[in-house]
Design a protein around this ligand. Structure first.
Ligand code: 5GP
Length: 248
Protein backbone atom coordinates (compact mmCIF):
# COMPACT_ATOMS: atom_id res chain seq x y z
CA UNK A 1 0.00 0.00 0.00
CA UNK A 2 1.40 3.43 -0.97
CA UNK A 3 1.48 6.05 1.79
CA UNK A 4 0.16 9.46 0.74
CA UNK A 5 1.88 12.62 1.93
CA UNK A 6 0.33 16.07 2.16
CA UNK A 7 2.46 18.97 0.82
CA UNK A 8 3.01 20.12 4.42
CA UNK A 9 4.30 16.68 5.50
CA UNK A 10 6.58 16.57 2.50
CA UNK A 11 7.94 20.02 3.35
CA UNK A 12 8.63 18.97 6.95
CA UNK A 13 10.39 15.83 5.69
CA UNK A 14 12.57 17.84 3.32
CA UNK A 15 13.48 20.33 6.08
CA UNK A 16 14.36 17.47 8.46
CA UNK A 17 16.49 15.75 5.82
CA UNK A 18 18.26 19.04 5.07
CA UNK A 19 19.00 19.63 8.76
CA UNK A 20 20.42 16.09 9.10
CA UNK A 21 22.60 16.72 6.08
CA UNK A 22 23.78 20.11 7.36
CA UNK A 23 24.61 18.71 10.81
CA UNK A 24 26.47 15.72 9.43
CA UNK A 25 28.41 17.92 6.99
CA UNK A 26 29.47 20.32 9.72
CA UNK A 27 30.28 17.52 12.17
CA UNK A 28 32.99 16.27 9.87
CA UNK A 29 35.20 19.35 10.20
CA UNK A 30 38.82 18.44 10.80
CA UNK A 31 40.46 21.09 12.98
CA UNK A 32 40.20 24.70 14.14
CA UNK A 33 42.11 27.74 13.00
CA UNK A 34 42.65 30.08 15.91
CA UNK A 35 43.18 33.43 14.21
CA UNK A 36 44.73 36.47 15.83
CA UNK A 37 45.10 39.89 14.20
CA UNK A 38 47.67 42.63 14.61
CA UNK A 39 45.72 45.88 15.31
CA UNK A 40 48.45 48.04 13.78
CA UNK A 41 47.91 46.26 10.45
CA UNK A 42 44.12 46.14 10.62
CA UNK A 43 44.13 49.90 11.24
CA UNK A 44 46.99 50.72 8.90
CA UNK A 45 45.17 50.33 5.60
CA UNK A 46 43.33 52.83 3.40
CA UNK A 47 40.07 51.63 4.94
CA UNK A 48 41.32 52.48 8.45
CA UNK A 49 39.63 51.36 11.65
CA UNK A 50 37.61 52.56 14.61
CA UNK A 51 38.65 51.80 18.14
CA UNK A 52 36.11 49.99 20.30
CA UNK A 53 33.90 52.14 22.53
CA UNK A 54 35.96 50.89 25.47
CA UNK A 55 38.99 52.72 24.03
CA UNK A 56 42.19 52.08 22.15
CA UNK A 57 43.19 48.42 22.47
CA UNK A 58 46.52 47.37 23.93
CA UNK A 59 49.47 46.89 21.59
CA UNK A 60 48.85 43.13 21.49
CA UNK A 61 47.52 40.61 19.00
CA UNK A 62 43.76 40.31 19.44
CA UNK A 63 41.36 37.53 18.55
CA UNK A 64 39.70 37.41 15.16
CA UNK A 65 38.10 34.01 15.61
CA UNK A 66 38.14 30.28 16.27
CA UNK A 67 37.12 28.63 13.03
CA UNK A 68 36.19 25.02 12.28
CA UNK A 69 37.97 24.02 9.07
CA UNK A 70 38.29 21.11 6.69
CA UNK A 71 41.68 19.70 5.74
CA UNK A 72 40.77 20.43 2.13
CA UNK A 73 41.13 24.13 2.96
CA UNK A 74 37.38 24.71 2.86
CA UNK A 75 35.21 25.35 5.90
CA UNK A 76 31.64 25.03 7.11
CA UNK A 77 29.77 28.19 8.00
CA UNK A 78 26.45 29.36 9.47
CA UNK A 79 25.72 25.79 10.58
CA UNK A 80 22.75 26.44 12.83
CA UNK A 81 20.72 29.61 12.13
CA UNK A 82 18.41 28.84 15.03
CA UNK A 83 21.31 29.05 17.53
CA UNK A 84 21.47 32.84 17.55
CA UNK A 85 24.09 34.81 19.44
CA UNK A 86 22.88 35.52 22.96
CA UNK A 87 25.04 38.01 24.84
CA UNK A 88 23.48 37.05 28.20
CA UNK A 89 25.23 33.66 27.94
CA UNK A 90 28.67 35.28 27.87
CA UNK A 91 28.12 38.45 29.89
CA UNK A 92 30.56 37.24 32.58
CA UNK A 93 33.31 37.23 29.90
CA UNK A 94 32.72 40.79 28.73
CA UNK A 95 35.79 42.27 30.43
CA UNK A 96 38.11 39.74 28.78
CA UNK A 97 36.29 39.99 25.46
CA UNK A 98 36.65 43.78 25.47
CA UNK A 99 40.37 43.46 26.23
CA UNK A 100 41.21 40.70 23.76
CA UNK A 101 38.42 40.34 21.20
CA UNK A 102 37.41 43.92 20.47
CA UNK A 103 36.13 45.00 17.08
CA UNK A 104 38.23 47.42 15.08
CA UNK A 105 35.79 47.86 12.22
CA UNK A 106 33.89 51.09 11.69
CA UNK A 107 31.74 52.53 13.05
CA UNK A 108 33.04 52.20 16.60
CA UNK A 109 31.14 49.49 18.49
CA UNK A 110 30.85 47.53 21.71
CA UNK A 111 31.90 44.29 19.99
CA UNK A 112 28.52 42.54 20.13
CA UNK A 113 28.09 42.62 16.36
CA UNK A 114 31.56 41.10 15.80
CA UNK A 115 31.06 38.39 18.44
CA UNK A 116 27.61 37.64 17.05
CA UNK A 117 29.06 37.26 13.55
CA UNK A 118 31.88 35.02 14.76
CA UNK A 119 29.47 32.80 16.71
CA UNK A 120 26.86 32.51 13.97
CA UNK A 121 29.29 32.03 11.06
CA UNK A 122 31.96 29.90 12.75
CA UNK A 123 30.97 28.98 16.32
CA UNK A 124 27.75 27.23 15.32
CA UNK A 125 29.88 24.84 13.23
CA UNK A 126 31.85 23.66 16.26
CA UNK A 127 28.66 21.74 17.17
CA UNK A 128 29.95 20.41 20.46
CA UNK A 129 30.67 23.82 22.00
CA UNK A 130 27.99 25.95 23.62
CA UNK A 131 28.34 29.72 23.26
CA UNK A 132 29.99 30.24 26.65
CA UNK A 133 32.47 27.43 26.09
CA UNK A 134 33.26 28.60 22.57
CA UNK A 135 34.18 32.14 23.65
CA UNK A 136 35.94 30.87 26.78
CA UNK A 137 38.06 28.41 24.75
CA UNK A 138 39.15 31.19 22.41
CA UNK A 139 40.07 33.46 25.33
CA UNK A 140 42.03 30.59 26.94
CA UNK A 141 43.89 30.00 23.68
CA UNK A 142 44.85 33.66 23.49
CA UNK A 143 46.34 33.62 26.96
CA UNK A 144 48.18 30.36 26.22
CA UNK A 145 49.57 31.48 22.83
CA UNK A 146 51.68 34.59 23.34
CA UNK A 147 52.48 35.57 19.76
CA UNK A 148 53.97 38.96 20.54
CA UNK A 149 56.19 37.49 23.28
CA UNK A 150 57.38 34.79 20.85
CA UNK A 151 58.21 37.35 18.20
CA UNK A 152 59.87 39.80 20.57
CA UNK A 153 62.13 37.12 22.01
CA UNK A 154 63.41 36.55 18.47
CA UNK A 155 64.01 40.29 18.00
CA UNK A 156 60.90 40.76 15.84
CA UNK A 157 59.11 43.88 17.09
CA UNK A 158 56.19 46.02 15.94
CA UNK A 159 58.48 48.91 15.09
CA UNK A 160 57.58 49.51 11.45
CA UNK A 161 60.58 47.47 10.35
CA UNK A 162 60.80 44.76 7.68
CA UNK A 163 60.97 41.12 8.75
CA UNK A 164 61.22 37.87 6.88
CA UNK A 165 58.10 35.71 6.98
CA UNK A 166 60.19 32.61 7.53
CA UNK A 167 61.82 34.24 10.60
CA UNK A 168 58.34 35.15 11.90
CA UNK A 169 57.18 31.55 11.46
CA UNK A 170 60.31 30.14 13.03
CA UNK A 171 60.03 32.42 16.07
CA UNK A 172 56.47 31.27 16.69
CA UNK A 173 57.26 27.61 15.99
CA UNK A 174 60.04 27.79 18.59
CA UNK A 175 57.52 29.07 21.13
CA UNK A 176 54.48 26.89 20.43
CA UNK A 177 55.99 23.83 18.80
CA UNK A 178 54.15 23.97 15.46
CA UNK A 179 54.27 25.96 12.25
CA UNK A 180 51.63 28.67 11.83
CA UNK A 181 49.96 30.28 8.86
CA UNK A 182 50.66 33.97 8.25
CA UNK A 183 48.56 36.38 6.23
CA UNK A 184 49.21 39.94 5.13
CA UNK A 185 47.32 43.02 4.07
CA UNK A 186 48.46 46.17 2.32
CA UNK A 187 49.25 49.44 4.08
CA UNK A 188 48.23 52.91 2.94
CA UNK A 189 51.66 53.15 1.36
CA UNK A 190 51.12 49.96 -0.62
CA UNK A 191 53.42 47.81 1.51
CA UNK A 192 52.62 44.28 2.65
CA UNK A 193 52.31 44.01 6.42
CA UNK A 194 51.85 41.20 8.93
CA UNK A 195 48.11 41.04 9.47
CA UNK A 196 46.95 37.69 10.88
CA UNK A 197 48.47 34.55 12.38
CA UNK A 198 46.66 31.19 12.09
CA UNK A 199 47.38 28.51 14.70
CA UNK A 200 45.90 25.04 14.16
CA UNK A 201 43.99 23.55 17.07
CA UNK A 202 42.72 20.04 17.77
CA UNK A 203 38.98 19.77 17.19
CA UNK A 204 38.48 17.32 20.05
CA UNK A 205 39.40 19.75 22.85
CA UNK A 206 39.61 23.15 21.13
CA UNK A 207 42.82 23.78 23.06
CA UNK A 208 45.75 21.63 21.88
CA UNK A 209 48.02 23.15 19.23
CA UNK A 210 48.49 20.70 16.33
CA UNK A 211 50.41 20.52 13.08
CA UNK A 212 48.33 22.30 10.45
CA UNK A 213 46.64 19.87 8.03
CA UNK A 214 46.52 22.77 5.55
CA UNK A 215 47.67 26.39 5.60
CA UNK A 216 45.49 29.32 4.66
CA UNK A 217 46.15 31.01 1.33
CA UNK A 218 48.67 33.76 2.07
CA UNK A 219 49.21 37.05 0.29
CA UNK A 220 52.55 37.69 2.03
CA UNK A 221 55.75 38.21 0.07
CA UNK A 222 58.97 36.93 1.66
CA UNK A 223 59.53 40.13 3.66
CA UNK A 224 56.79 42.11 5.40
CA UNK A 225 56.36 45.17 7.62
CA UNK A 226 55.42 44.82 11.27
CA UNK A 227 53.76 48.18 11.94
CA UNK A 228 53.55 50.11 15.17
CA UNK A 229 50.40 50.10 17.26
CA UNK A 230 51.30 51.71 20.51
CA UNK A 231 52.08 54.80 22.48
CA UNK A 232 54.48 55.81 19.76
CA UNK A 233 51.52 56.46 17.45
CA UNK A 234 49.34 59.54 17.70
CA UNK A 235 46.95 58.95 20.55
CA UNK A 236 43.51 59.65 19.13
CA UNK A 237 40.34 57.62 19.55
CA UNK A 238 40.67 56.37 16.00
CA UNK A 239 43.65 56.06 13.73
CA UNK A 240 41.56 57.07 10.74
CA UNK A 241 38.64 59.30 11.64
CA UNK A 242 35.40 57.27 11.24
CA UNK A 243 34.01 57.98 14.66
CA UNK A 244 30.38 57.04 14.12
CA UNK A 245 28.69 54.66 16.51
CA UNK A 246 26.79 51.57 15.48
CA UNK A 247 23.40 50.26 16.33
CA UNK A 248 24.47 47.77 18.97
P1 5GP B 1 35.14 36.51 9.10
O1 5GP B 1 36.51 36.84 8.61
O2 5GP B 1 35.13 35.97 10.50
O3 5GP B 1 34.37 35.64 8.18
O4 5GP B 1 34.34 37.90 9.11
C1 5GP B 1 34.73 38.97 9.88
C2 5GP B 1 33.62 40.02 9.87
O5 5GP B 1 33.67 40.74 11.09
C3 5GP B 1 33.74 41.03 8.75
O6 5GP B 1 32.45 41.37 8.28
C4 5GP B 1 34.35 42.24 9.43
O7 5GP B 1 33.98 43.46 8.86
C5 5GP B 1 33.79 42.12 10.82
N1 5GP B 1 34.69 42.68 11.85
C6 5GP B 1 34.29 43.49 12.84
N2 5GP B 1 35.34 43.82 13.61
C7 5GP B 1 36.42 43.19 13.10
C8 5GP B 1 37.79 43.14 13.48
O8 5GP B 1 38.27 43.74 14.45
N3 5GP B 1 38.60 42.36 12.71
C9 5GP B 1 38.15 41.66 11.63
N4 5GP B 1 39.02 40.93 10.94
N5 5GP B 1 36.86 41.69 11.26
C10 5GP B 1 36.00 42.45 11.98
Amino acid sequence: MMASYSPLRLLILVVLLFECWAVSTARSFDFYYFVQQWPGSYCGTRRGCCYPRTGKPASEFSIHGLWPNYKTGKWPQFCNPSDEFDFSQISDLVGELNSHWGSLSCPSSNGHKFWSHEWEKHGTCSLNLEQHEYFNKALALRSKIDLLGALKSAGIKPDGGDYSVSDIKEAIRNAIGEEVGVDCNVSEDGEYQLNEIYVCIDKSDASTVIKCPVYPHSKCPSTVKFPLFGDEEEDSTSSHQNTGSDEL
